[in-house]
Design a protein. Sequence first.
Length: 136
Amino acid sequence: MPQTKFKYITVTAVIVANMVGTGVFTSLGFQLLDIQSGFALLLLWILGGLTALCGAISYAELGATLPRSGGEYNFLSQIYHPAAGFVSGWISMSVGFAAPTALAAMTFSAYFTSSLFGEVSNFVEQVIAVSLLLLL
C-alpha cells in the first residue's frame, strides 16, 4: 500500500482549524459587547495567537527531544511518571477532544436552526446537535 503524505498547507489548515475551533463564531460577539475598541480586541487575539505559538514550539521541542509516538502521554511519562501521562491522556480525551466536538455540534445546531426556522426551542437544537454527534 503506497504511503501518502499530507501537504504543508493541508496540515497547517487542520491545525489552525483545531486551534481556532468554533470560538471565533460563538464568542466574538460577546467580546465585541464587552470590549468596545477594535484595536484592543485585535491585540488580544494576537496575544492569544502568540501564546498558542509558544505552546506549539514547546511541543515541537518535546517531540524532537523525546522522539516516540504517544504525544503528551509519552512526554509526561518520561519526564515525570507514567501515571501523569495516563491521567493527562484521559483528560485530553474527555476535555480536549470530546468537548470541542460537542461545542461544534451545538454551534452548528444553533446557527442551522436559526437560519432555516428562525426562533426554535432549545430541545430542537439539542436534538440536532446530538444527531450530528451520532453521525460523526
